[in-house]
Write a protein that binds this ligand. Sequence first.
Ligand SMILES: Nc1ncnc2c1ncn2[C@@H]1O[C@H](COP(=O)(O)OP(=O)(O)OP(=O)(O)O)[C@@H](O)[C@H]1O
Length: 705
Amino acid sequence: MPTVALASEFLDAFARLPRPQQRKVREFTEKFKADPTSLAINYEKLHGVRDDKIRTVRIDKKYRAVVLHPDRGDVYVLVWVDNHDEAMAWAARKSFEVNPVTGALQVVGVEEVERAAPTDDGDGPVLGLFAAYDDDVLLSFGVPAVLLPSVRSVRSVRELVSLGRHLPAEADEALLWLAEGIPPPEVREAVAVPAGGRVDPDDLAAALEHPDTRRRFVTIHSDDELAAMLEAPLEKWRVFLHPGQEKLVGKAFNGPARVLGGAGTGKTVVAMHRARHLAARVFTDPSDRILVTTYTANLAENIEATLKTFCGPERERVEVVHLHAWAVRLLRSHGVEGEIAGPEEIEQGWQEAITTTGVRDFDTAFLRKEWEDVVLAGGIEDRDAYLKVARLGRGKTLSRPQRGRAWQVFERYKESLGRRGLRDWLTVIREARRLLESGRARPAYRSVIVDEAQDFHPEEWRLIRSLAPAGPDDLFLVGDAHQRIYGPKVSLSRCGISIRGRSACLRINYRTTEQIRAWAMGVLRGVEADDLDEGRDGERGYRSLLSGSEPEVHHFGGRDEEREFLAATLRSLVEARQPEEVCLVARTNSLIRNEYAPLLKNLGIPHQILDRGRERPDGGIRLATMHRVKGLEFPVMVLAGLSARTMPLRVASLGDDPTALADHGERERSLLFVAATRARDRLIVTSFGTPSPFLGAMAEPARES
Ligand SMILES: Nc1ncnc2c1ncn2[C@@H]1O[C@H](COP(=O)(O)OP(=O)(O)OP(=O)(O)O)[C@@H](O)[C@H]1O
């Protein structure tokens, strides 16, 4: 049986074609997949090209597909499609070689690389960036031998970034790590280089199986698979995974596994692929169910919609629901009714508890934090346990009598809500877990996949733990503590989830340019990201291979100047782009509704406020709060109104509890980080009055009003 494969670039070329041509190419591709040896397909060898394995085939009078088909073997790879002349020119520039060191199939455009390589500026010899490394080291990371001179001519990271776009991705990635001074063995681990074996450079079929090849080529196994790819040719994540991602999707874990990864490293992508893999290949009994859960309802909705288009029949056994909705559903199905208390009702509950107990030692902010971070987080069920517990990280010490009084208030707070038929969220979660632990409800899933893991509270982790019986592949968690905007720091092992020996890290940012990523990391200054299990997650080791312009930060003396600037900027953005590509976020709902929505209305620019529920695809510029854009992404992000008054937001209920205030400050920084890392190409930041202290030196000096 011939092997038929597609190159990632073929899908790019396909996506650029006009619709009628796409239809023809689709028909051709289906026939090609069915039988690439058919006599109806006329392979033409090209003359004067770099690679004699390249052929062209006719699609219609104007269009040609470019196919890689060596004389030996039975492999056919569709690599490009275009107008006749452009297709010929493309084919003439490229060569396709199995890298003799790594075994991966690579696409090499020698002239493009030579053109992008730095030229000698006549300033005398300057040591190349990779002078410290022997050729063997560079070759072992997949640098094609023919490109070594160009790589050796690179003298700075900036030069490497412009050259890197023309190198095979694995080589580009490894060179960037090396350039940052990371030792080769650590780089090897970061880029997930597979153990080298003997390579046969003529064995294209074997090369197609190589994890680095699968970053850019895919072997087609079925018609459905092909149809799905052509349906969404630009959604590369569906088909082409980084070796590090691929390893995590398919690996058998002997218990809970944790994956950390900076913003945009494909954690949600991996979670979705893994859900599909587990349902299709591991837990295949018709009664096996898999739960994908997240912290926010919006992300759960997005994942659910995506999985529908991405999975086959196994989709029926994958359930996607955010944890809070799941817990409410469980309680309701067991006859437990009641409403969720809103912020005002919760505040009222604390006030009432303080008044009726007459306990005057603490304010509501302190008590609330004590309740959530000590009592609920520690799984404390009674007064005696509370009197003895070590109150780690709470700052202020409490005497035994003070603890006794605090406990009185906790009891009264629960009564106060209970009398009104109300529960706070964590109580809902706790009751759901107790129901499962009592045996009255049964754990429903074989496996649970958790996205946004950084935001869950210990009480929520205990519920998650009880959702699937302990065993191989039971829990798979992906998260990033840099993005924690809700829950407290956690220790998974203290919640009964042991991930020892089963953790991994995704390091390549696929969403954001390196300039935006680095800027956003600057916002987090002073925030130490943890690994969800009492260790640290260092900043070192996250990177983007995409490059673009620096974020633009503008500070204005007054609100009117900011509006004027935004008006001009938004107008010019929608002249050049679809309005849907732009998202304007602010810290508060009131800024969105009272400032920026009216501004867009005055400008006559179509816009849509993102709320609960799904957005309209043609709804114009998106407007949203920073919380709402969690998990989303847009080509252009405008972060507006970043003034000291709103960022960090002052929250009266925090009182003056120093621990609560410090935690809040960190959450606010993370929130700004989350908002900034939603940008794919361009980030514009504005403020008026005194700029947010988080912008630090990143804001330009105030403009004259
Ligand atoms: N292997 C891949 N190939 C191409 N694109 C990818 C790949 N993996 C991820 N992406 C793209 O990168 C972007 C970020 O992916 P994803 O949302 O999964 O990251 P994340 O780590 O969950 O992000 P965040 O934590 O910031 O929300 C998406 O546009 C996704 O399609």
